[in-house]
Design a protein around this ligand. Structure first.
Ligand code: AMP
Ligand code: TRP
Length: 336
């Protein structure tokens, strides 16, 4: 369908999918597949921007791919970024249409470079980390995406992408790139159970993330020990930790249970221990079939790898077509 809106998103292969990734982004990917023309990338070029080991990168790329498949992402819509090297070429071209100043304002760059330097003040900060948001813009624009399902933390990168697309369109006198909009789920920011003043993130450490593919017993322990009282919540209001538990409950399908417990909260009779049991049960029910599918996929890795390699080749054809047009528009590729 020519009028079908296009969707692109990406995730870095830097460990297991956690509940923040799942409820903030990946679940939306799966839901959007029915309605939109979707492509989703495991962005291994992006993963090179932080210190890493080569032998681990390829392994992590496949692990992330298998986990996305287990979550329900269609293999035909999935690609590995480095199997579509046109992304890197478009990033170069877009880099020449991005001002140095606007990249320096990116908070993810500031956060990540501070994070490495906190551990070691002489740590190596690559120019790749600085260029990261431009590569992300290329990921999005190369498929002329209209929507990008991501968590709230990616809002600024999307704004930059729109600015780059607008500048390109203005400079070359064409409405070539659509201006992509972020697409947020009902849960664009899942908080850490151990510190509900911060978002769930791998970079905070183990206890701050609940792994979608981890042991259910471990998940249960993490929910049971989730911080509910941060001490500074005014009487009658809900603390961020409790609100986060309700968020997890609703997102994992416990909408009715959430309503009942919310009534109890209003009446002042809610017992947090009970809330936590209900949340852990709902998460367990949601996780079980995903983990079963993951086990099946791991038992047949070769078949799945081949499917995603083939999908990447098809998706590459689309990327090549965009780049051919971009060469034409920008005066590159002196073939005539
Ligand atoms: P990352 O693991 O940082 O590569 O993130 C992959 C996707 O998950 C991106 O779309 C993020 O915006 C989203 N995401 C990561 N952490 C969270 C969180 N705590 N809450 C909601 N979305 C998140
Ligand atoms: N920067 C994103 C993150 O940290 C990952 C990403 C790379 C991405 N390229 C993308 C997300 C393109 C959406 C679209 O999560």
């Amino acid at each position: 369908m020519a009028s079908q809106k296009r969707v692109l998103s990406g995730i870095q292969p830097t460990g297991d999918i956690h509940l923040g990734n799942y409820f903030g982004a990946v679940k939306a990917w799966v839901d959007m597949q029915k309605e939109f023309d979707c492509v989703f990338g495991v962005v291994d070029y992006h993963a090179m921007t932080m210190p890493y080991k080569p032998e681990r990168l390829r392994e992590a790329t496949w692990t992330m791919t298998f986990q996305l498949l287990a979550c329900g992402v269609e293999p035909d819509f999935l690609f590995i970024q480095s199997l579509v090297p046109e992304h890197a070429e478009l990033a170069w071209i877009l880099g020449c249409m991005t001002s140095y100043g606007e990249v320096t304002r990116m908070t993810q760059f500031k956060d990540k470079s501070m994070q490495v330097q906190d551990k070691d003040k002489d740590a190596f900060i690559s120019a790749g980390l600085f260029f990261y948001p431009i590569l992300q813009a290329a990921d999005i624009l190369i498929y002329k995406a209209d929507y990008v399902p991501v968590g709230k933390d990616q809002e600024q990168h999307l704004e930059l992408t729109r600015n780059i697309a607008e500048r390109f369109n203005r400079q070359f006198g064409k409405d070539y790139f659509p201006l992509p909009a972020p697409y947020f789920t009902q849960t664009p920011k899942v908080l850490s159970p151990a510190d509900p003043t911060r978002k769930m993130s791998k970079s905070l450490g183990e206890k701050h993330v609940i792994n979608l593919f981890g042991e259910q017993e471990k998940m249960r322990k993490q929910i049971r020990s989730a911080v509910t009282d941060t001490g500074d919540t005014p009487a009658g209001e809900m603390s961020p930790g409790v609100a986060n538990l309700f968020t997890l409950l609703k997102a994992s399908g416990g909408v009715d249970a959430s309503r009942l417990l919310m009534d109890e909260h209003v009446r002042g009779t809610l017992r947090y221990a009970e809330l936590k049991e209900v949340v852990a049960d709902a998460l367990g029910v949601m996780m079980a079939p995903i983990q079963d599918r993951y086990r099946d996929i791991l038992a047949d890795k070769r078949t799945w790898k081949k499917r995603v390699q083939e999908a990447s080749a098809h998706i590459r054809d689309r990327a090549r077509e965009t780049l051919r047009e971009v060469h034409e528009i920008t005066g590159l590729g002196a073939l005539r």
